[in-house]
Design a protein around this ligand. Sequence first.
Ligand code: C5P
Length: 285
Amino acid sequence: MYTSEKAPAKINLTLDALRKRPDGYHDLEMVMTTVDLADRIDLMDLPYSGITLESTSGLVPQDERNLAYLAAKLLQQKTGIDRGVNIKIYKHIPVAAGLAGGSSDAAATLRGCNRLWNLGLSLEELAEIGAEIGSDVPFCIYGDTAIAEGRGEILTPIISPPSCWVVLAKPTHGVSTGDVFGKLQVGEITTHPDTRAMIDALQTGSYENVISNLGNVLEPVTIGLYPEVYKIKQKMEQFGADGVLMSGSGPTVFGLVRKESRAKRIVNGLRGFCDQVFAVRMLGV
Ligand code: C5P
């Protein structure tokens, strides 16, 4: 048996950190949404418990360190199933970029193996297993748009943003989420995003209010490590993006625009300045 799953990227419309927890994680408040840039995960059933993995990208581990591999392994352990899977990842989402590419691959593997192995687990059960792999995996199980709290695993679905284009620009280097959170001092955050206002903006379908309420407390931390992120933000604004923000722990910067022609102009302006630049649609609208 064979199945293929789409693993879309996410962006953060807001990311706020409320406190550092005794377990070392941070309690967060985020609004996350899915964009139309996706990896493809092909899964082939194996009649024994082995797991094999290959990826079209040399930038991700091709073994048990890959989050998709961990996902299949954990699902085997949780369910006691005596079947395996051959995982092939067609990578399109930039790696270590703040777009949850690895988490989305893991979520797609959980969804796909659930079907392939006839496990009959609900999305809630898959999200619970996913939370053991990474904080963004539960969101990636459901996709669309959600408010994420706790470590990121407490999800409340919400209406998706009004239709628009998203320009994604990834600098050459990748970023370790752990390094960025490690440098965050919650007590020293000067500007917290207004999560409530972003939720209202989505509920009223106001593109302008989505733009004016974009905010990410990790942005200054990552800019401190990689000033290039700030330069990309400036360039995106100069080329005409309505709103610009770093996604997750970065370093990918996204810009929102309404018209495709404007998105293409920004992409052309940023080419040569960034490692990877894409114009994609916001999903779920
Ligand atoms: O959960 P995940 O493995 O994606 O997290 C990577 C790292 O990011 C964690 O080890 C932790 O340092 C940091 N993190 C955090 N608070 C969160 C999520 C992640 O401090 N809510």
